[in-house]
Design a protein around this ligand. Structure first.
Ligand SMILES: Nc1ncnc2c1ncn2[C@@H]1O[C@H](COP(=O)(O)OP(=O)(O)OP(=O)(O)O)[C@@H](O)[C@H]1O
Length: 254
């Protein structure tokens, strides 16, 4: 076994994607892709339809297996792990359509998402229950649903359902949270509140968001990665990316 000496000056990335490639019947949807996400960073991935954005999230969460390359999360190589192991390692992922339990209340939706087996309270069930309830209230406040805890999820607005699903991921305390078009179908006010929510939740975690709404991207992104044909076309601040002629040509100009 050999160890790789860490360069003291190197930034401490939470996620390092290097040379990532996935080939579907010879078509490379993601092609030798490399990018790095810092701790406490909100990274937004943008790009034209079919650029490979969703496939990148599928690869990180283990839903799709890479043909080549590596995905390092903290010091764990994710390309070799199952989807469940990746969740346990601290990666949460929200898909485009909310997958909440409509017949359950907001409280119950959060309760069933609370990670089992992590309790330090052992057989003292009532102490565990108190800790769970406290955590549920904390999350409900964060996702603007504190006054809706007893309400059935079916009666929530589309935006509130999206927040509930984010809450169901937050209660598992992932260090990396990935969101696929979280504000699609939301009102302007809901979009604003979602931006506020994202800025709150990056304490102690990083977030990767796929988004097409440029106003929302401007509100949230620390850095933007523009994908095109499975590769990074441009990367940097929104200001920089927005003024990059290559990005205007393939994406923003359309
Ligand atoms: N399982 C698969 N089998 C074959 N081709 C696939 C598979 N998954 C994705 N692709 C192809 O890979 C390319 C990238 O798709 P992907 O969904 O990642 O793009 P995207 O950037 O998320 O697009 P959009 O903005 O439309 O959601 C597309 O051409 C798509 O058809």
């Amino acid at each position: 076994m050999h160890t790789i000496a860490r360069d003291a000056a190197a930034p401490d990335f939470l996620l390092s994607v290097e040379g990532l490639t996935v080939s579907f019947d010879g078509f490379k949807a993601v092609n030798d892709l490399s990018f790095y996400v810092d701790k406490n960073e909100i990274r937004v991935i943008i790009g034209p339809n079919g650029a490979g954005k969703t496939t990148v999230l599928d690869l990180i969460c283990g839903r799709t297996k890479a043909t080549a390359g590596s995905i390092r999360f903290r010091d764990i190589e994710l390309t070799r792990l199952s989807e469940n192991r990746i969740v346990e390692a601290g990666v949460g992922r929200k898909f485009q359509t909310p997958s909440i339990y409509e017949d359950l209340t907001v409280f119950e939706n959060l309760e069933i998402s609370f990670p089992r087996g992590r309790s330090v309270f052992g057989a003292l069930a009532f102490r565990r229950d108190a800790a769970v309830s406290e955590r549920i209230e904390e999350i409900a406040e964060m996702i603007f649903l504190k006054d809706h805890l007893a309400e059935r999820a079916a009666f929530l607005s589309h935006g509130q359902k999206q927040w509930l699903e984010i809450g169901m991921l937050l209660i598992q305390d992932p260090e990396l949270l990935m969101l696929d078009e979280p504000v699609a179908g939301m009102s302007v006010a809901e979009r604003r509140k979602t931006a506020e929510l994202l800025h709150k939740i990056i304490v102690g975690r990083s977030v990767i968001v796929i988004e097409h709404d440029m106003k929302f991207v401007e509100d949230i992104a620390h850095r933007v990665t523009v994908l095109h044909q499975g590769k990074v076309l441009s990367e940097g601040s929104m200001e920089r990316v927005k003024n990059d002629p290559k990005v205007v040509e393939v994406y923003l100009g359309h």
